[in-house]
Design a binder for this molecule. Structure first.
Ligand code: GSH
Length: 341
């Protein structure tokens, strides 16, 4: 023990430990480049967020985020290997290095960062937990439910929130834990539960899979805060910056009106903010190990934040979710990107 301590001390005095630390700190980007693809942890199949079609092609809001990182690194949004993960398996997979980033409707909580040793890089989707119930008999609020069997997925914040909320409000209930969105839909349709609780966005994704979506309603009550975003391991500060600024590039592009349609104009723009974002002035992308056109690569591949939101989950998509809190701060929402400068 003392031996090891003295050796560490000796190495530290030579600056060896610091150098080793720096090499480790950039390991993820180098590993991704050497492998030729990003390994992204996603859900097992959730419409609008991450779902594979019959040919195995993944799409969705969380999938776009993985593709955006791949575009920033490789200038190719297809250089991603998607790893579907259950709620129970996701954080372990990240900790063990089986994935480079988790982009799977995961709520940022103190316990998941501090206790699990992970870092949430951004909030890509501000959500909150709700309830889906049969349209008949009509209820306005989960507080009106009684003797209710509520299905929720194990390994989620939703189970504990439901217990807290229903318990504190003396709603007689039983929690039925299931393991996947498929099981949620099945358990509800088989009558093993008569309400579903999950983040509101996920309730929308589940509702459209019911045999009769119109026979169910999502109640307006929101019982929790569910800031959803990508997570990484704590040991690689450069990788954390790449993931975080990928989100801010998409958001900043929307703030500045830079989209797939306006990209040619943006590249010719004389506006200083636009020039810094698209890299016609400065080379900020290089400070995180990327290229100066990193944000252009991202927008060209998946669009800006608003384009990705609308295409996958927005009002005119299958899910039909309004922007709400996820609107830009300048338009009444709380999505806000720090300056690229
Ligand atoms: N945001 C919550 C809930 C996340 C979650 O896993 N929700 C379920 C709702 S159905 C889901 O998305 N499952 C997808 C899957 O297991 O593939 C959390 O981080 O704990």
């Amino acid at each position: 023990m003392a031996h090891r301590f003295l050796r560490t001390l000796a190495l530290a005095s030579l600056g060896v430990v610091a150098q080793f630390g720096a090499a480790q700190a950039q390991a993820t980007l180098s590993a991704v480049k050497a492998r030729g693809s990003l390994i992204c942890g996603v859900s097992q199949g959730l419409a609008g967020f991450s779902q594979a079609d019959a040919t195995g092609k993944w799409s969705g809001f969380d999938v776009d985020f993985c593709r955006a990182i791949a575009a920033a690194i490789f200038d190719d949004p297809n250089k991603v290997t998607f790893k579907p993960l259950s709620a129970d398996a996701r954080f372990d997979a990240l900790k063990k290095g089986e994935i480079d980033v988790l982009s799977r409707n995961s709520t940022w909580t103190m316990g998941r960062e501090a206790a699990l040793g992970l870092k949430f890089a951004a909030v890509t989707y501000y959500d909150g937990q709700g309830f889906l119930v049969p349209r008949e008999p009509a209820v306005m609020s989960p507080l009106e439910l009684s003797d209710v069997k509520v299905c929720t997925q194990s390994g989620t914040t939703n189970k504990d929130n439901a217990k807290d909320f229903l318990g504190a409000n003396n709603v007689k209930h039983e929690i039925v834990e299931v393991g996947s969105p498929d099981d949620m839909v099945k358990a509800y349709q088989d009558g093993r539960c008569n309400a579903l609780t999950a983040d509101s966005s996920q309730l929308h994704a589940l509702q459209i899979r019911l045999a009769k979506p119109g026979a169910a309603v999502i109640l307006p009550d929101v019982i929790s805060k569910e800031p959803l975003g990508p997570a990484v391991r704590q040991d690689d500060p450069q990788w954390f910056e790449i993931v975080k600024w990928t989100h801010f590039a998409m958001l900043g592009a929307e703030e500045l009106g830079v989209s797939t349609k306006t990209l040619p104009a943006a590249l010719a723009s004389a506006k200083p903010d636009v020039k810094r974002l698209v890299g016609t002035e400065g080379a900020l992308g290089e400070t995180v190990g990327l290229t100066k056109d990193w944000a252009v690569r991202i927008v060209r591949a998946v669009g800006n934040y608003g384009e990705s939101f609308e295409r996958n989950v927005g009002t005119f998509s299958n899910l039909g979710i309004p922007r709400g809190m996820n609107q830009l701060w300048s338009r009444g929402g709380i999505q806000y990107a720090p300056p690229v400068r």
